[in-house]
Every structure is written in structure tokens, then in C-alpha cells.
Design a protein. Structure first.
Length: 290
């Protein structure tokens, strides 16, 4: 997988942009999820970074993985900061959503899939609420609201755009495009994925946590099932890339993760410099297509 001169140049540009703008000011906001156990809605926490420019402007909801949106020190993680800066630099409003701490959780990665305290149903309802919140903000183009998620958050992207879910089909405001980095695709593949949005899947061929193969099958299924002339599905798979390839973190084995392709043996996580540059250039190409 040889990088073109353009991709190399763009990778350097992206890296420089994120280093300079990663501390872009954001405001903590709160709003109600559509998840309302016992009739009481969960109040979500999020971080809002509005863009400047000729309004209305597009907006993106960032959906964290099973580790949550924070670093070990409690601030927003480097991934959340970097992508906020990257998208903000493209003239996009950005909302980083926290689905865990409002429910008393810090992470889900070490919890078995069947016993996780925050479910995909809850994450889907959070994502739909975030889209509705964005649509109510002045200066946001309601026809250009997107979802961007990683891992568990990527699965939430698929769940929140699958029209086979009644709450998705009934949503008054829906995202118009969506991007999922290395999502778990099995659940929506088995359910049947029916979408009306433009979708981009970015996966690692060597991923032993959320494997690429089900996502490839989901993309094929989605292309066959869609009846929308606006909807399209794109998938990029990066050879030799593991879970979390869009970072500079070294490869390591996480023995504390009970899920994955080989349950009980842990999973491999870490960055791949080539896939990092290529995936970010593909992301920018996708979101700027319209």
C-alpha cells in the first residue's frame, strides 16, 4: 500500500494542523438523550466547538469508542482533540458526545459484550438526540449533519443510521452522512442494514477486535438494499492495520479485553502511520464531496 505524493503531503498538512489547533476552544453543554428509563431522560454531556464562516455551516457529532472520550488525566482525549481540530479547520461545527459518565461508567472495553452497562440501544438514542440538538442550533445546516465514530462509537453510527430500527426511521431530523472507523459490524449485518445516508467505513485488515470481513459484507448488503438515490456506501480497508490504526500509538496487546476475534486471548491495538494518513485524507475527501 504505497502512499502517493499527494497523500504524503496531506498527511503532513493534517498533522501540522492538529498540532496547532488541538486546543481549539470548546464549551461544555448538556441535553436530554432519547433514552429515558422509567420516564426520566438521561442528561448527556457534550463539548461544543462552533465554527465561523458563512452560515449555515455543516456539523459533525463525534462518538467515542468503548474507552470514552477522555484521556487518563480526565481531559478530552488526543483523538477527540485532533479530529475536532481537523473538522473545525474544514469549517464544520463539532460536538463531542459523552455517553458513559452520565450513566456512571468510565469505560466498556473490559466488560463482556453481553454484560456491558451501556448498550448499543442507549448509544443509538444518544446519537439521535445529538443530531436533534445540533439541528436546533443557530448557524447549523440541518441538511449537512454527520456522525463520526470509532469502534463502539462506529457501531453506534451504524445503529443510528439503520432504518430497520423504528426510532431511526421515526427521527424528525436525521444525519445526511456518516463515517465509522473500525466498527463492530456483526449486529447490524445480522439485522439487515437499510440506510438513507452516505456512509464511509474505514477498517483495518488485521483488526482482531472488530474484524473487517463483516463490515465488507455489510457494505455489500447496504448497496443492494438501498432505494435512495442520495445514499452511497464506501469502504476502505488498510492492509496490516490493527484496531486504532488512526493514531501514532505503538502496537500492543490488550489482555484486559475479553471480546474480539479470539476471546480470552486479548486484542492488538495501535497506530499505523500509512493508514493514519490515508484514512484522514479519505475522510476529508468524503466530507467535502458535497
Amino acid at each position: 500500500m504505497k502512499m502517493s505524493k499527494f497523500a504524503v503531503m496531506l498527511q503532513g498538512l493534517i498533522a501540522g494542523c492538529c498540532c496547532v489547533n488541538a486546543i481549539a476552544a470548546h464549551t461544555e453543554v448538556s441535553f436530554a438523550s432519547l433514552d429515558a428509563p422509567s420516564g426520566q431522560a438521561v442528561v448527556l454531556k457534550a463539548f461544543w466547538t462552533p465554527a465561523s464562516g458563512i452560515e449555515p455551516l455543516p456539523a459533525m457529532v463525534l462518538l467515542h469508542g468503548c474507552g470514552g472520550p477522555y484521556s487518563a488525566r480526565g481531559a478530552l482525549s488526543q483523538r477527540m482533540l485532533d479530529y475536532t481540530a481537523l473538522l473545525h479547520g474544514q469549517g464544520m461545527n463539532v460536538l463531542v458526545l459523552d455517553s458513559l459518565t452520565p450513566r456512571g461508567e468510565r469505560e466498556l472495553c473490559t466488560q463482556k459484550l453481553g454484560s456491558r452497562q451501556v448498550t448499543m440501544l442507549q448509544r443509538r438514542l444518544d446519537a439521535l438526540a445529538a443530531v436533534a440538538w445540533l439541528a436546533a442550533q443557530s448557524g447549523v445546516d440541518t441538511k449537512r449533519i454527520g456522525l463520526l465514530g470509532w469502534s463502539n462509537g462506529g457501531s453506534a453510527v451504524l445503529s443510528a443510521t439503520n432504518e430497520r430500527h423504528a426510532d431511526v426511521a421515526a427521527a424528525a431530523v436525521k444525519p445526511s452522512f456518516a463515517v465509522a472507523f473500525y466498527p463492530g459490524c456483526d449486529a447490524e449485518l445480522k439485522r439487515g442494514y437499510q440506510h438513507t445516508v452516505r456512509l464511509l467505513l474505514l477498517v483495518g485488515e488485521a483488526d482482531d477486535w472488530t474484524p473487517a470481513a463483516p463490515c465488507k459484507r455489510l457494505a455489500q448488503q447496504a448497496l443492494r438494499s438501498t432505494t435512495s438515490t442520495e445514499a452511497s456506501v464506501h469502504i476502505e480497508a488498510y492492509p496490516g492495520s490493527f484496531h486504532g490504526f488512526d493514531s501514532t500509538a505503538p502496537l500492543r496487546l490488550r489482555n484486559d479485553v475479553p471480546n474480539g476475534v479470539n476471546p480470552g486471548r486479548g486484542v492488538t491495538v495501535g497506530g499505523n502511520a500509512e493508514a493514519l494518513g490515508l484514512s484522514r485524507s479519505r475522510l476529508l475527501q468524503f466530507i467535502n464531496a458535497r
